[in-house]
Design a protein around this ligand. Structure first.
Ligand SMILES: C[S@@+](CC[C@H](N)C(=O)[O-])C[C@H]1O[C@@H](n2cnc3c(N)ncnc32)[C@H](O)[C@@H]1O
Length: 265
């Protein structure tokens, strides 16, 4: 299996652990944890695929759950291991979301796939990773799959921040000139999708959707305002976000989404 060298280079040089340092960076984490906590039960086994430095894995292990983690990039595994506390019941293995053959069928109650789909560029590869996540999950278990959403990134990184040139992306074919749908390859690093792409992927799989969540909503677009909020205002903002993060009319503007679904019995 070929590993994308752009991906390894990116994560070897990216400070994954600092993403939470600012308040706006915590919105996605708090939202994802809220939904995990809605479904996880005492004694559950968790697998995190593409665990990075282990934000979710460690948080869940520290709540007493048994956690296994799989991660592609050695640098992230080293940070993951450094962050492990002695009483955590946790393992981390180097591996690829496309091939979890080291893990038997139907072992996990909760399976997290929060990152690998950001870096899989064909429908076939995305279905392979989703299929592996479903295979290792028990019947009735719950799977969380995260995506980067193109319109949220285009608005924030493009029109708002100017970190990417929307004009250049259209000229080079990364964005469709009329629909602004995104198209990427491994050298572009991130694969950006819309909800309609996720719906299309999921239509063939033996699962039932529980939630489709705008996990950071407008948090990246509003980052300066959110970082300047006092504690009370941030609590109010999070109440607003939790109340609206599944609303159809607001979903497209998010930078990240999580599809949460149950493996059919
Ligand atoms: C954006 S990070 C998210 C990390 C973690 N899940 C979190 O939410 O904090 C994506 C992670 O997925 C890993 N990754 C990407 N493609 C992968 C693959 N095919 N198999 C396993 N891990 C992968 C990356 O190395 C990176 O650590």
């Amino acid at each position: 299996m070929e590993t994308n060298p752009y991906l390894i280079d990116f994560y070897n040089n990216y400070d994954e652990d600092s993403r939470l340092a600012l308040r706006h960076g915590s919105v996605e984490f708090l939202t994802t944890m809220r939904y995990i906590e809605k479904y996880i039960k005492p004694g559950d086994r968790v697998l995190e695929i593409g665990a990075g430095t282990g934000r979710y894995s460690h948080a869940l292990a520290r709540q007493g759950y048994d956690v296994d983690a799989v991660e592609l990039v050695e640098h992230n595994i080293a940070v993951f291991q450094k962050n492990t506390l002695p009483d955590e019941n946790i393992t981390v293995t180097q591996g690829n979301a496309l091939d979890l053959s080291a893990f038997p069928d139907e072992q996990y109650d909760i399976t997290l796939l929060l990152g690998p789909l950001y870096h899989l560029y064909t429908k076939e590869d995305k279905l392979q990773a989703l299929g592996e996540a479903i295979r290792v999950t028990k019947q009735g278990g719950v799977i969380f799959a995260a995506y980067v959403i193109s319109d949220g990134c285009l608005l924030d990184e493009g029109f708002h921040r100017g970190n990417i040139s929307v004009r250049a992306y259209v000229e080079t074919g990364l964005l469709h000139p009329e629909t602004f749908a995104a198209k990427s390859e491994p050298k572009d690093l991130f694969e950006l999708v819309r909800k309609e792409d996720v719906d299309d992927l999921m239509s063939a799989l033996p699962v039932t959707r529980l939630h489709y969540v705008a996990s950071d909503g407008c948090a990246l677009l509003l980052r300066e305002a959110i970082d300047a909020m006092d504690d009370d205002t941030f609590r109010l903002y999070m109440n607003y976000h939790f109340a609206t993060c599944e609303r159809e009319d607001l979903l497209g503007v998010t930078s990240h989404a999580i599809d949460i679904f149950k493996k059919q019995k």
